[in-house]
Design a protein around this ligand. Structure first.
Ligand code: CA2
Length: 152
């Protein structure tokens, strides 16, 4: 079977607040802008994006599990779950799809509790601190991998 030309875009808790508060950290673009940017970046390569954002961990896990059926990879900004959730990490590792981890802010330049990611070592792409445009970078790099066009 040929790999599906679709990515799952996952945004974790509180990312629905993008563009409404803390612009000095997260910028002024909204979650809708993020989805549009990722969708356009994917479309340039002939891929679709299915986007989910939730403040409920179980909803995110179900979306990740469902991606096994029809997605070639997962782009995820897990929000604060990055630093707390073994459960989310297990879901990503369990579906065995290539994962791109995105953070809008430079987590390594922030509080120490943000320095550890439970997702980092199950992800093959990491885009950190590039702001919202980092989602487009993550989409492009993940598509390079799933289509076998990544540099060796
Ligand atoms: O930099 C990122 O993308 C983060 O994943 C964002 C998370 C944070 O817990 C991570 O350490 C880094 C927080 C998402 C909350 O987003 C908000 C956006 C606007 C206003 C309030 C929260």
């Amino acid at each position: 079977m040929t790999a599906p030309r679709r990515l799952l875009l996952v945004n974790g808790p509180n990312l629905n607040l993008l563009g409404t508060r803390e612009p000095q950290i997260y910028g002024t673009e909204t979650l809708a802008d993020v989805v549009r940017l990722a969708t356009d970046a994917a479309a340039r390569r002939g891929f679709e994006v299915r986007a989910v954002q939730s403040n409920h961990e179980g909803v995110l896990l179900d979306a990740i599990h469902d991606a096994r059926q029809d997605c070639a990879g997962i782009v995820i900004n897990p929000g604060g779950l990055t630093h707390t959730s073994v459960v989310l990490r297990d879901a990503l590792s369990g579906v065995a799809l290539p994962v791109a981890e995105v953070h809008i802010s430079d987590v390594m330049a922030r509080e120490e509790f943000r320095h550890h990611s439970y997702v980092a070592d199950v992800a093959v792409v990491h885009v950190i601190g590039e702001g919202v445009p980092g989602y487009a970078t993550a989409v492009a790099r993940l598509i390079d991998i799933v289509t076998g066009q990544a540099e060796g």
